[in-house]
Ligand binder design. Structure first.
Ligand code: IPM
Ligand code: MG
Length: 352
Protein backbone atom coordinates (compact mmCIF):
# COMPACT_ATOMS: atom_id res chain seq x y z
CA UNK A 1 0.00 0.00 0.00
CA UNK A 2 1.12 3.55 -0.66
CA UNK A 3 0.28 6.11 2.04
CA UNK A 4 1.24 9.71 2.72
CA UNK A 5 1.91 10.66 6.32
CA UNK A 6 2.18 14.24 7.60
CA UNK A 7 4.87 14.57 10.26
CA UNK A 8 4.36 17.37 12.77
CA UNK A 9 7.20 17.19 15.30
CA UNK A 10 6.14 20.32 17.16
CA UNK A 11 7.99 21.54 20.24
CA UNK A 12 10.50 20.17 22.74
CA UNK A 13 11.26 16.47 22.35
CA UNK A 14 8.49 16.15 19.71
CA UNK A 15 10.75 16.04 16.62
CA UNK A 16 13.06 13.45 18.24
CA UNK A 17 10.32 10.98 19.20
CA UNK A 18 8.66 11.38 15.80
CA UNK A 19 11.96 10.62 14.06
CA UNK A 20 12.37 7.42 16.11
CA UNK A 21 8.86 6.35 15.04
CA UNK A 22 9.75 7.03 11.39
CA UNK A 23 12.67 4.61 11.77
CA UNK A 24 10.17 1.94 12.87
CA UNK A 25 7.70 2.82 10.08
CA UNK A 26 10.51 2.52 7.51
CA UNK A 27 11.23 -0.99 8.82
CA UNK A 28 7.50 -1.87 8.55
CA UNK A 29 7.41 -0.55 4.96
CA UNK A 30 10.36 -2.69 4.00
CA UNK A 31 9.14 -5.86 5.67
CA UNK A 32 5.56 -5.68 4.40
CA UNK A 33 6.20 -4.04 1.05
CA UNK A 34 4.45 -0.73 1.69
CA UNK A 35 5.44 2.75 0.64
CA UNK A 36 5.17 5.50 3.27
CA UNK A 37 5.78 9.02 2.05
CA UNK A 38 6.57 11.52 4.81
CA UNK A 39 5.97 15.28 4.60
CA UNK A 40 7.04 17.59 7.42
CA UNK A 41 5.07 20.56 8.73
CA UNK A 42 5.44 23.02 11.61
CA UNK A 43 3.06 23.56 14.51
CA UNK A 44 3.12 25.10 18.01
CA UNK A 45 5.87 27.28 19.45
CA UNK A 46 8.25 26.59 16.56
CA UNK A 47 5.56 27.76 14.12
CA UNK A 48 4.98 30.94 16.15
CA UNK A 49 8.72 31.65 16.03
CA UNK A 50 8.87 31.06 12.27
CA UNK A 51 5.50 32.44 11.06
CA UNK A 52 3.81 34.15 14.02
CA UNK A 53 1.05 31.51 13.79
CA UNK A 54 0.87 28.21 15.76
CA UNK A 55 -1.08 26.45 12.96
CA UNK A 56 -0.03 28.00 9.64
CA UNK A 57 -2.09 27.55 6.46
CA UNK A 58 0.61 25.37 4.86
CA UNK A 59 0.45 22.95 7.79
CA UNK A 60 -3.33 22.85 7.59
CA UNK A 61 -3.16 21.97 3.88
CA UNK A 62 -0.51 19.33 4.49
CA UNK A 63 -2.76 17.70 7.13
CA UNK A 64 -5.88 17.79 4.96
CA UNK A 65 -4.01 16.23 2.02
CA UNK A 66 -2.36 13.44 4.04
CA UNK A 67 -3.75 9.95 4.70
CA UNK A 68 -2.82 10.31 8.40
CA UNK A 69 -0.88 12.61 10.72
CA UNK A 70 1.88 11.66 13.16
CA UNK A 71 2.32 14.35 15.76
CA UNK A 72 4.96 14.90 18.48
CA UNK A 73 4.14 17.43 21.19
CA UNK A 74 3.27 21.05 21.74
CA UNK A 75 4.18 23.63 24.38
CA UNK A 76 7.02 25.90 25.37
CA UNK A 77 7.61 27.34 28.87
CA UNK A 78 8.37 30.77 27.45
CA UNK A 79 4.64 31.07 26.65
CA UNK A 80 3.36 29.29 29.81
CA UNK A 81 4.90 31.87 32.08
CA UNK A 82 3.32 34.76 30.25
CA UNK A 83 -0.47 34.77 30.85
CA UNK A 84 -0.78 37.93 28.72
CA UNK A 85 0.55 36.20 25.57
CA UNK A 86 -2.29 36.31 23.03
CA UNK A 87 -0.69 33.85 20.61
CA UNK A 88 0.07 30.52 22.29
CA UNK A 89 1.35 27.13 21.01
CA UNK A 90 -1.70 25.25 22.40
CA UNK A 91 -4.01 27.31 20.16
CA UNK A 92 -2.37 25.53 17.22
CA UNK A 93 -3.36 22.14 18.63
CA UNK A 94 -6.93 23.20 19.41
CA UNK A 95 -7.41 24.83 16.00
CA UNK A 96 -6.05 21.71 14.32
CA UNK A 97 -8.44 19.46 16.30
CA UNK A 98 -11.39 21.64 15.32
CA UNK A 99 -10.37 22.11 11.68
CA UNK A 100 -9.83 18.37 11.14
CA UNK A 101 -12.96 17.49 13.14
CA UNK A 102 -11.04 15.15 15.48
CA UNK A 103 -14.07 14.22 17.57
CA UNK A 104 -12.83 11.12 19.42
CA UNK A 105 -9.58 10.96 21.33
CA UNK A 106 -8.65 7.34 22.02
CA UNK A 107 -6.22 6.78 24.90
CA UNK A 108 -5.49 3.12 25.69
CA UNK A 109 -4.00 2.36 29.11
CA UNK A 110 -2.09 -0.88 29.14
CA UNK A 111 0.67 -2.22 31.33
CA UNK A 112 3.87 -3.98 30.27
CA UNK A 113 5.09 -6.63 32.66
CA UNK A 114 8.72 -5.50 32.21
CA UNK A 115 7.98 -1.99 33.48
CA UNK A 116 5.21 -2.63 36.04
CA UNK A 117 7.44 -1.78 38.97
CA UNK A 118 8.10 1.73 37.67
CA UNK A 119 4.48 2.58 38.56
CA UNK A 120 4.08 4.46 41.85
CA UNK A 121 1.04 2.23 42.47
CA UNK A 122 1.35 -1.27 43.90
CA UNK A 123 1.83 -4.14 41.44
CA UNK A 124 -1.27 -5.95 42.78
CA UNK A 125 -3.38 -2.89 41.98
CA UNK A 126 -2.16 -2.19 38.45
CA UNK A 127 -1.38 -5.66 37.12
CA UNK A 128 -3.85 -6.62 34.38
CA UNK A 129 -5.14 -3.08 33.81
CA UNK A 130 -6.29 -2.78 30.23
CA UNK A 131 -8.79 -0.08 29.34
CA UNK A 132 -9.36 2.68 26.81
CA UNK A 133 -10.51 6.21 27.52
CA UNK A 134 -12.57 7.84 24.77
CA UNK A 135 -12.40 11.56 25.32
CA UNK A 136 -14.67 13.90 23.33
CA UNK A 137 -12.19 16.31 21.75
CA UNK A 138 -13.83 19.23 19.96
CA UNK A 139 -16.60 20.41 22.26
CA UNK A 140 -17.37 21.38 25.83
CA UNK A 141 -15.58 24.00 27.90
CA UNK A 142 -12.51 23.95 25.63
CA UNK A 143 -14.43 25.46 22.72
CA UNK A 144 -17.34 27.29 24.36
CA UNK A 145 -17.70 31.04 24.55
CA UNK A 146 -15.19 32.60 26.94
CA UNK A 147 -14.43 36.07 28.13
CA UNK A 148 -14.31 38.70 30.86
CA UNK A 149 -16.68 41.40 32.05
CA UNK A 150 -15.95 45.05 31.18
CA UNK A 151 -13.87 45.73 34.27
CA UNK A 152 -11.99 42.44 33.92
CA UNK A 153 -12.94 41.32 37.41
CA UNK A 154 -14.98 38.33 36.27
CA UNK A 155 -14.27 35.62 33.71
CA UNK A 156 -16.31 32.80 32.20
CA UNK A 157 -15.86 29.66 30.07
CA UNK A 158 -19.06 28.10 28.74
CA UNK A 159 -19.49 24.37 28.39
CA UNK A 160 -21.93 23.38 25.65
CA UNK A 161 -22.77 19.98 24.14
CA UNK A 162 -25.22 19.07 21.42
CA UNK A 163 -26.98 15.74 20.92
CA UNK A 164 -25.12 15.39 17.62
CA UNK A 165 -21.72 15.76 19.29
CA UNK A 166 -22.59 13.29 22.06
CA UNK A 167 -23.95 10.71 19.62
CA UNK A 168 -20.98 10.92 17.28
CA UNK A 169 -18.39 10.13 19.95
CA UNK A 170 -20.85 7.85 21.79
CA UNK A 171 -21.28 5.65 18.72
CA UNK A 172 -17.52 5.34 18.40
CA UNK A 173 -17.23 4.26 22.06
CA UNK A 174 -20.05 1.70 21.82
CA UNK A 175 -18.49 0.17 18.70
CA UNK A 176 -15.12 -0.08 20.39
CA UNK A 177 -16.71 -1.68 23.49
CA UNK A 178 -18.37 -4.26 21.22
CA UNK A 179 -14.91 -5.31 20.01
CA UNK A 180 -13.48 -5.45 23.56
CA UNK A 181 -15.01 -6.67 26.84
CA UNK A 182 -18.42 -5.04 26.06
CA UNK A 183 -18.36 -2.82 29.13
CA UNK A 184 -18.81 0.94 28.74
CA UNK A 185 -18.54 3.42 31.61
CA UNK A 186 -19.88 6.93 31.02
CA UNK A 187 -18.06 9.34 33.34
CA UNK A 188 -19.89 12.59 34.03
CA UNK A 189 -21.13 14.94 36.74
CA UNK A 190 -24.86 14.44 36.16
CA UNK A 191 -25.65 15.24 39.80
CA UNK A 192 -24.63 18.86 39.10
CA UNK A 193 -24.21 19.67 35.39
CA UNK A 194 -26.94 20.02 32.76
CA UNK A 195 -24.50 19.02 29.97
CA UNK A 196 -23.81 15.80 31.89
CA UNK A 197 -27.55 15.09 32.14
CA UNK A 198 -27.85 15.40 28.37
CA UNK A 199 -24.89 13.00 27.95
CA UNK A 200 -26.54 10.46 30.27
CA UNK A 201 -29.91 10.75 28.57
CA UNK A 202 -28.49 10.19 25.08
CA UNK A 203 -26.11 7.38 26.03
CA UNK A 204 -28.99 5.64 27.83
CA UNK A 205 -31.07 5.92 24.64
CA UNK A 206 -28.21 4.73 22.43
CA UNK A 207 -27.61 1.67 24.59
CA UNK A 208 -30.76 0.12 23.03
CA UNK A 209 -28.85 -0.07 19.73
CA UNK A 210 -25.99 -1.96 21.41
CA UNK A 211 -27.69 -4.64 23.53
CA UNK A 212 -24.45 -6.61 24.01
CA UNK A 213 -22.73 -3.72 25.76
CA UNK A 214 -23.23 -3.24 29.50
CA UNK A 215 -23.37 0.46 30.32
CA UNK A 216 -22.42 1.87 33.67
CA UNK A 217 -22.58 5.50 34.85
CA UNK A 218 -20.05 7.01 37.22
CA UNK A 219 -19.55 10.50 38.61
CA UNK A 220 -16.18 11.96 37.73
CA UNK A 221 -15.02 12.43 41.32
CA UNK A 222 -15.65 8.77 42.08
CA UNK A 223 -14.06 7.76 38.75
CA UNK A 224 -10.90 9.68 39.70
CA UNK A 225 -10.69 7.52 42.83
CA UNK A 226 -11.61 4.19 41.21
CA UNK A 227 -9.02 4.67 38.46
CA UNK A 228 -6.12 4.33 40.85
CA UNK A 229 -7.84 2.13 43.43
CA UNK A 230 -9.39 -0.40 41.07
CA UNK A 231 -8.10 0.21 37.53
CA UNK A 232 -8.96 -3.33 36.39
CA UNK A 233 -12.68 -2.43 36.78
CA UNK A 234 -12.68 -0.58 33.49
CA UNK A 235 -12.91 -1.58 29.84
CA UNK A 236 -14.04 1.47 27.83
CA UNK A 237 -14.52 4.85 29.52
CA UNK A 238 -16.43 7.55 27.64
CA UNK A 239 -16.25 11.13 28.84
CA UNK A 240 -16.36 14.78 27.85
CA UNK A 241 -13.37 16.89 26.83
CA UNK A 242 -12.25 18.42 30.16
CA UNK A 243 -12.85 15.33 32.33
CA UNK A 244 -11.01 13.23 29.74
CA UNK A 245 -8.02 15.57 29.77
CA UNK A 246 -7.66 15.26 33.54
CA UNK A 247 -8.46 11.56 33.91
CA UNK A 248 -6.03 10.43 31.19
CA UNK A 249 -3.09 12.16 32.87
CA UNK A 250 -4.11 10.45 36.09
CA UNK A 251 -4.49 7.09 34.35
CA UNK A 252 -1.03 7.38 32.81
CA UNK A 253 0.63 6.72 36.20
CA UNK A 254 -0.76 3.17 36.10
CA UNK A 255 1.71 2.28 33.35
CA UNK A 256 4.70 3.71 35.18
CA UNK A 257 5.94 6.07 32.51
CA UNK A 258 3.74 8.51 30.63
CA UNK A 259 6.33 8.11 27.87
CA UNK A 260 4.86 4.72 26.94
CA UNK A 261 1.32 5.79 26.14
CA UNK A 262 -0.04 6.35 22.63
CA UNK A 263 -3.21 8.05 21.45
CA UNK A 264 -5.35 8.46 18.37
CA UNK A 265 -7.60 11.38 17.53
CA UNK A 266 -10.22 10.16 15.12
CA UNK A 267 -11.55 12.54 12.48
CA UNK A 268 -14.26 12.23 9.89
CA UNK A 269 -11.57 12.13 7.20
CA UNK A 270 -8.00 12.32 8.43
CA UNK A 271 -6.96 11.08 11.88
CA UNK A 272 -4.04 12.12 14.02
CA UNK A 273 -1.75 10.02 16.21
CA UNK A 274 0.39 11.29 19.06
CA UNK A 275 2.00 10.21 22.33
CA UNK A 276 0.10 11.48 25.34
CA UNK A 277 3.17 13.04 26.95
CA UNK A 278 3.99 16.71 26.56
CA UNK A 279 6.94 18.53 24.98
CA UNK A 280 9.28 17.89 27.95
CA UNK A 281 11.38 20.99 27.12
CA UNK A 282 14.17 20.15 29.58
CA UNK A 283 15.07 17.01 27.63
CA UNK A 284 14.81 18.60 24.17
CA UNK A 285 17.85 17.96 22.00
CA UNK A 286 19.33 15.40 24.43
CA UNK A 287 18.20 12.24 22.62
CA UNK A 288 16.93 10.88 25.94
CA UNK A 289 13.11 10.97 25.74
CA UNK A 290 11.15 7.72 25.53
CA UNK A 291 9.85 7.27 21.94
CA UNK A 292 7.65 4.24 22.75
CA UNK A 293 4.46 6.33 23.13
CA UNK A 294 5.02 7.70 19.63
CA UNK A 295 5.98 4.31 18.19
CA UNK A 296 2.80 2.76 19.63
CA UNK A 297 0.86 5.74 18.20
CA UNK A 298 2.30 4.84 14.80
CA UNK A 299 0.99 1.29 15.39
CA UNK A 300 -2.48 2.72 16.08
CA UNK A 301 -2.20 4.72 12.84
CA UNK A 302 -1.45 1.57 10.83
CA UNK A 303 -4.43 -0.20 12.38
CA UNK A 304 -7.07 2.56 12.51
CA UNK A 305 -6.26 4.60 9.40
CA UNK A 306 -4.73 2.00 7.06
CA UNK A 307 -6.32 -1.25 8.24
CA UNK A 308 -2.86 -2.83 8.69
CA UNK A 309 -3.67 -4.97 11.71
CA UNK A 310 -0.82 -7.43 11.32
CA UNK A 311 1.77 -4.68 10.91
CA UNK A 312 0.43 -2.87 14.00
CA UNK A 313 0.63 -6.07 16.01
CA UNK A 314 4.21 -6.60 14.81
CA UNK A 315 5.21 -3.20 16.22
CA UNK A 316 3.53 -3.97 19.56
CA UNK A 317 5.29 -7.35 19.80
CA UNK A 318 8.64 -5.76 18.95
CA UNK A 319 8.14 -3.19 21.73
CA UNK A 320 7.29 -5.93 24.25
CA UNK A 321 10.31 -7.99 23.21
CA UNK A 322 12.68 -5.06 23.58
CA UNK A 323 11.30 -4.23 27.04
CA UNK A 324 11.36 -7.89 28.11
CA UNK A 325 15.01 -8.07 27.06
CA UNK A 326 15.70 -5.38 29.65
CA UNK A 327 16.17 -2.39 27.36
CA UNK A 328 14.70 0.96 28.30
CA UNK A 329 15.12 4.69 28.11
CA UNK A 330 16.13 6.94 31.00
CA UNK A 331 12.59 7.27 32.42
CA UNK A 332 12.37 3.48 32.87
CA UNK A 333 15.28 3.38 35.35
CA UNK A 334 17.41 0.80 33.59
CA UNK A 335 21.18 0.52 34.18
CA UNK A 336 22.30 1.55 30.71
CA UNK A 337 19.46 3.53 29.13
CA UNK A 338 19.18 3.71 25.35
CA UNK A 339 18.83 7.06 23.63
CA UNK A 340 15.62 8.05 21.82
CA UNK A 341 16.91 7.14 18.35
CA UNK A 342 18.66 3.96 19.58
CA UNK A 343 15.38 2.77 21.11
CA UNK A 344 13.67 3.35 17.75
CA UNK A 345 16.40 1.36 16.00
CA UNK A 346 16.24 -1.47 18.54
CA UNK A 347 12.47 -1.82 17.99
CA UNK A 348 12.95 -1.60 14.19
CA UNK A 349 15.57 -4.43 14.34
CA UNK A 350 13.18 -6.62 16.34
CA UNK A 351 10.59 -6.22 13.61
CA UNK A 352 12.73 -7.69 10.91
C1 IPM B 1 -3.72 17.04 25.91
C2 IPM B 1 -3.09 18.35 26.33
C3 IPM B 1 -3.83 19.50 25.65
C4 IPM B 1 -5.27 19.47 26.10
C5 IPM B 1 -3.20 20.88 25.88
C6 IPM B 1 -1.75 20.92 25.44
C7 IPM B 1 -3.99 21.98 25.23
O1 IPM B 1 -3.11 18.48 27.71
O2 IPM B 1 -3.69 16.74 24.70
O3 IPM B 1 -4.21 16.32 26.77
O4 IPM B 1 -5.60 20.03 27.15
O5 IPM B 1 -6.08 18.87 25.40
MG1 MG C 1 -3.82 16.79 28.73
Amino acid sequence: MKKSIALLGGDGVGPEVVQAAVTVLDAVAEKYNHEFEFQKGVIGGVAIDAYGDPFPKDTEKLCLDADAILFGAIGDPKFDNDPSATVRPEQGLLRMRKKLGLYANVRPIQTFSATLDTSPLKRVVVEGSDFVVIRELIGGIYFGEKGRNKSGTQAFDMSTYSVKEIEQVGRFAFKLAEKRQRHLTLVDKANVLETSRLWRERIQKMSDEFPDVTVEYMFVDNAAMQLIKNPTLFDVILTENMFGDILTDEASVITGSIGMLPSASIGEQTSLYEPIHGSYPKAAGHNSANPIGTILSAAMMLEYSFGMTEEAQAIRSAVTQVLDAGYGTKDLVVDEPLGTQEMGEKIAQNLS
